[in-house]
Structures are given as C-alpha cells and as structure tokens.
Design a protein around this ligand. Structure first.
Ligand code: FAD
Length: 450
C-alpha cells in the first residue's frame, strides 16, 4: 500500500545515534561503501562532529567536538541519509527498527550508538539536574544565573570541570572518595590541582568563587592525603546553622546537611539501552552497557554497538581500560564501522592498535592533562611503585611502575614527556637500572632512551 511505502525503508547499514560514536561509524561506512545506502537515525536535531583532529603521538589524539546540523553529513556523503526520529523498538530477529514517528526501518547490519544519560541521585526532582547535552547545559546556565549556592555531587571529569568553571555562586562539592577527581587522579594530583580553585582564572575576572569540599569517611586522617587547609575548612562546614530556607537540601553521609538552590548530579552515565532490549536477548555488562566482543558485536546477530552505550567485553590489553570519553567513542565508532565492513566483505580484522594502550589528553583547571595506561594503578593493588615529581603551580608527573616496567603515567602541565613515556609503556622496557633518575628534571629523558 501507499502507507507502507512511505513508512518502510530499507538500508544496508543503519547506525543509531548522532553522537561522536554514531557519526564516526556512519561516516566510515558511507565512505567505504559509496554505493550502499547508509542511514543515521538520531533523536536530536543536531549531530556531533569531530574537528581539528590531531594525532599527537602513536596513541594520543586530540580533537574538538562541535554540534552541526545533520545536513552537513548528507552533503558530504550522498549515500548517507540522516533521519531524525528516535528509535522506540528493535526486532533483532527480523532486522527492523521502529521509530516514535511510526517509521519501520530494515537493516542488514546495525550499529547502536545511543550513548548514555546522567545517572541522577533521584528521578523527577526539579531541583536535581544532570548535565548531558546542550539542552541540559543551557538549563543549567539559566538556573545558575539565579543561584546563590549549588551542590555538586560526583567526582569525575564533569564535576571537576563544573567546580572550576562556576563563578559568582557558592559551590559545595560533595565527593565520596578520599581525593578530588578520583576517576582521573590520585590524592597527590588532587593536591596539586586544588590551589587552582582559589586562584583567579586567566583572562577572566573571578567575581566570587568559593568552592568548598566535603568528604565523607575517614579519608582526611590518613597519612598521604593531608590535602591542605581548604580541605579541613571543608569538613567543619556550617551544617547545623542552616536554618534559613533553601529550595532543596542535600544530606550527606557525614551527617551534614546543606541547603542550596539546586543540586547537580554528576555521578556518571547510564547506557541508553531501553528501546533496544524488549523482545531481544542482549548480553548486558555489570554497568548495564551492551556487551560487545573484540569486533564490537553484541550478542544479537548483525547488531554492533559503540561508544558510551557499550561495554568492552573482550579480554583487554593490560594497558587499556574502557572509560566513557570522546576519544573512545570516536575510536569505537570508527572500528565498529570497519568491523561491519569486514563482516560484509568476509574479511578478517584484528583489534585496532588504539585499544593497546589507554591514552587521554584533556584539560583540567586550565592545565594540560595526559593520562596513559594504568595511570591510577588500576587493578595493580600493592604490586606497584610510584615515582612522582611535582613543582607547585607548574607540573605534576607521576609514573606507575610494576616489576620495573612502566605501566602508566599522569602528566599535568607542559611536561613534554608524553611521547617518551608512551614509548616506554608500549615497549615495556625494564627500567630498574634507571631508578629515580627517570624523573630527574636535569636529565633529558628523551636523549636517554634514543
Ligand atoms: P552520545 O554523545 O551520548 O550520543 C548519543 C546519541 O544517540 C545522541 O545523538 C542521541 O540523540 C542519540 N540517541 C539516544 N537514544 C536514541 C534513540 N532511542 N533513538 C535515536 N537516537 C538516540 N569526554 C571527553 O573525552 N572529554 C570531555 O571533556 C568530556 N566532557 C563531557 C562533558 C559532559 C557534560 C558530558 C555529559 C560528557 C562529557 N564527556 C567528555 C564524555 C563524552 O561526552 C562521551 O563519552 C561521548 O560523547 C559519548 O559519545 P557517544 O556517541 O557514545 O554518545
């Protein structure tokens, strides 16, 4: 019938999600198969594009993320259709998707890149915000302009960025770990970064910036995490005198209660899997992501997944771990596209080199930050040795060694060590003979290992 013709569409490749993973995957497929029909299905009107891509070293890559109208993609790839309509159901056996607008889409190969959404402390509370996309960021800005005090909950990259960026409003930062930025840093790096919170930021006059830190548990008494006067100030915060009325109160497990205008929940993401699960039998990981194998394949035939929605289910290299970041969304999207292509062409493909070594380059508190391998000694337990070099306000360098080999590093500031350390980690050379000389600032380490 005419109805069916309008609402049913068939594509060789269908990618769901207009984020970095989905866009990269769709571009990869559209360029590798110029005569195949590729569809990118997405709920949002804008897509995310990678720009200013720079390969900094073997594994380190740097790029910016921009939101663009989807027409940009269709102009670049004539065989790529962007359909703005959210997926409501998947019938994996039949190889079809249904969208909220009543479209039925058939695919030969599907890649799910639907990302994640903020894990909220409580659902449906108007005073609890999660930040995820431009909409929620705008909502945040609007609310912030009228706020006197906010409570930020969480200790990952988003929380770190927030407490540094927010101005003109008091910030109570509730952190459950011993040190700030626990996802990325240890106590030493945190200590290095904390003074930046009270320093005027470059190029902008900090009007009124009072960040306070609150920690639960006994963290502060432990040696090695004496984090300076700011932290102590944090634990003896008001609390009881909070009798004036606020729109919302946050009660922390240390017994303190803080009133505030709103709470920002920045405690990680939950993979957006719901529309795809019903009626199918996807293997899910503990973090509820779609489990994928070393070909980015889910447990359903012809269904792949990449980016924040998926969880790496393969036996990872001992120097790599999954973290839900732009870099990995791009790498996974790109590799998933190549795996789908290889599958169609009956070619074999090996796990990409980018999954050999975890590497991430970013900025925190206006410092360049490079993270390599097991930068926080992840999974090493007591079987690790740390070397640290720190110059206040200038740089922080930490190396994680195990059995004399370098397994990870944190480089904050303009250290210029990333390439050398990346090589030392990749080649797993025995560094025992060098001892602490490895971080001696008077030795040009690059010459040393040439
Ligand atoms: P997403 O970017 O979440 O894209 C998912 C896409 O799927 C969206 O287009 C959405 O509309 C679409 N979608 C969802 N459900 C459906 C459906 N049912 N039907 C159709 N379409 C659907 N990482 C960094 O490396 N550096 C940073 O500085 C950084 N800052 C961040 C700041 C914030 C506030 C947040 C929330 C995250 C940040 N991250 C950062 C993490 C990074 O954004 C994510 O890891 C990355 O964007 C994941 O990409 P993705 O393509 O998997 O998912």
């Amino acid at each position: 019938t005419v109805m069916a013709a309008n609402t049913e569409k068939t594509f060789k490749f269908v990618v769901v999600g207009g984020g970095i993973a989905g866009v990269t995957c769709a571009e990869q497929l559209a360029s590798q198969f110029p005569s195949a029909d590729v569809a990118l299905l997405t709920a949002a009107p804008l897509i995310k594009a990678v720009c200013n891509f720079k390969q900094v070293s073997k594994t380190l890559e740097e790029f910016d993320v921009e939101e663009r109208p989807s027409s940009v993609l269709e102009e670049k790839y004539p065989n790529l259709r962007v359909i703005q309509s959210a997926v409501k159901a998947l019938h994996a056996q039949q190889h079809t998707l249904q969208t909220v607008d009543g479209l039925e889409i058939h695919y030969e190969k599907l890649c799910i890149c639907s990302g994640g959404r903020p894990k909220l402390l409580t659902q449906d509370n108007p005073y609890v915000l999660g930040i995820r996309d431009t909409d929620s960021a705008q909502e945040f800005q609007k609310r912030l302009s009228k706020a006197r005090r906010i409570v930020v909950v969480g200790n990952g990259g988003i929380a770190l960025e927030l407490v540094y960026e927010v101005e003109g409003c008091e910030v109570i930062w509730a952190v459950k770990d011993k040190a700030i930025g626990n996802t990325f840093f240890d106590a030493g790096a945190a200590q290095f970064l904390i003074p930046s919170l009270d320093t005027d930021k470059p190029e902008r006059a900090a009007t009124c910036k009072r960040a306070r830190y609150t920690i639960e548990g006994r963290g502060l008494e432990e040696p090695g995490s004496a984090l300076g006067p700011d932290w102590h100030e944090g634990i003896s915060l008001r609390g009881a005198e909070e009798v004036s009325s606020w729109p919302v109160y946050a009660q922390l497990t240390n017994g303190k209660t803080f009133g505030c205008d709103f709470i920002v929940s920045a405690t990680g993401v939950v993979p957006n899997t719901e529309p795809f699960l019903q009626g199918n039998s996807f293997a899910l990981a503990e973090d509820s992501g779609l489990k994928v194998d070393d070909h980015m394949m889910t447990s359903e035939p012809d269904v792949y997944a990449a980016g924040d929605v998926c969880t790496a289910g393969w036996e990872p290299s001992h120097l790599w771990q999954q973290m839900r970041l732009w870099t990995q969304a791009r790498q996974m999207g790109w590799y998933a596209g190549r795996c789908m292509a290889a599958d169609v062409l009956s070619e074999t493909i090996e796990l990409d080199f980018c999954f050999e070594l975890f590497s991430h380059i970013t900025k925190f508190f206006n410092y360049k930050v490079v993270l390599l391998g097991k930068f926080n000694g992840q999974g090493l337990g007591l079987n690790q040795e740390l070397l640290v070099r720190c110059t206040k306000g200038h740089e922080y360098v930490k190396v994680v060694l195990s059995g004399g080999r370098m397994l990870g590093a944190v480089l904050i500031g303009e250290t210029d060590l990333e390439e050398t350390f990346e090589n030392l980690i990749l080649n797993q050379m025995d560094l025992t003979p060098y001892g602490e000389e490895l971080l001696n600032p008077n030795i040009d380490i690059e010459d040393y290992f040439d």
